[in-house]
Design a protein. Structure first.
Length: 301
């Protein structure tokens, strides 16, 4: 028998049973209320979690959809066209492409007195470097003499190969900065970028080192340094790269770009040895002759 609490009498047995049933009923009701609250809390938590996930996804989607970027001066075709007059090399001036405008392909029908060469390059691409090392001096010689025009399209398809530094984009932006602010120095900077080409898998040159590189190549306009540091045309580089990868190449019968370097002579792709200067020269002469035979205009040296 339980000890009786001092000063407190026990209720009759019948009343004790009623009290126990009532207590149990109250406990059941309280448990139901707790269960209901927990279910609502759970549902609310799931709802809030879903809202949070949806918000994160929306931010990621919006962040990945970047608005088009305006292009640099003198690259209306997504490339810069260089020409020579017998003594000097200069850029053909063009207006900047608006952010929402399509590039304007070079009108090669107006270039009847030269062999027209176009190259698509990534400054981290070792094969692009090989082509430049082998043929850069010859191209510059032909260009100075006025025998060819040379249109260079810097693109970025190897960002994933620069340990997170996006060197392909940064170096292509560097080229675009020069095209915009000091275009006649473009060919010298192009050669310097390849002469100092980093190895794939490394971070490559820093922005400060790219600034030093262009200055050593003869760039004096201080706006170029700011442009490189601020990555002024990095958005355009991405847009131009997407256009090259998604659309047929202008002035050719070739579909979308599949790799670099892509070298086009009179709209015909060179598929020979990138390290064989004689083979490339023969191909250029072949295309020049083919143009002469078709048009009756001598485009050779």
């Amino acid at each position: 028998m339980n000890a009786k609490t001092p000063g407190q009498s026990l209720p009759p047995k019948k009343d004790r049973r009623e009290v126990a049933r009532e207590t149990a009923r109250i406990q059941r009701e309280e448990q139901k209320k707790r269960d209901t609250r927990n279910r609502w809390f759970l549902r609310g938590g799931i709802g809030l979690a879903l809202v949070a996930v949806a918000a994160i996804v929306a931010v990621l989607i919006v962040g990945s959809i970047k608005p088009p970027s305006p292009g640099p001066l003198n690259m209306a075709s997504d490339g810069i066209l260089m020409q020579g007059d017998g003594t000097t090399i200069s850029a053909v001036p063009t207006a900047a492409t608006a952010a929402d405008a399509e590039p304007v392909p070079t009108d090669v029908s107006a270039l009847t007195d030269t062999v027209n060469i176009a190259v698509y390059v990534d400054y981290l691409c070792p094969y692009c470097g090989q082509f430049e090392t082998t043929n850069g001096a010859q191209l510059a010689s032909w260009l100075t003499a006025g025998n060819i025009t040379l249109e260079t399209h810097p693109i970025s398809i190897l960002d994933q190969s620069s340990s997170g530094s996006k060197y392909s984009t940064r170096s292509a932006n560097t080229a675009a900065c020069v095209a915009n602010y000091q275009p006649d120095s473009f060919l010298d900077v192009n050669a310097a970028l390849f002469a100092n080409q980093p190895t794939e898998g490394t971070t490559g040159l820093s922005n400060a080192e790219l600034v030093s590189l262009v200055e050593e190549a003869g760039v004096t306009d201080e706006a170029v340094a700011t442009c490189i540091t601020d990555q002024e045309f990095s958005g355009w580089v991405g847009d131009a790269t997407d256009r090259a990868l998604d659309n047929p190449l202008p002035n050719t019968d070739i579909g979308a770009l599949t790799g670099t370097p892509t070298v086009l002579v009179q709209g015909v792709q060179y598929t020979g040895d990138l390290g064989d200067a004689a083979a490339f020269e023969a191909f250029v002469m072949e295309q020049a002759t083919a143009t002469t035979d078709t048009s009756g205009t001598d485009t050779g040296e």
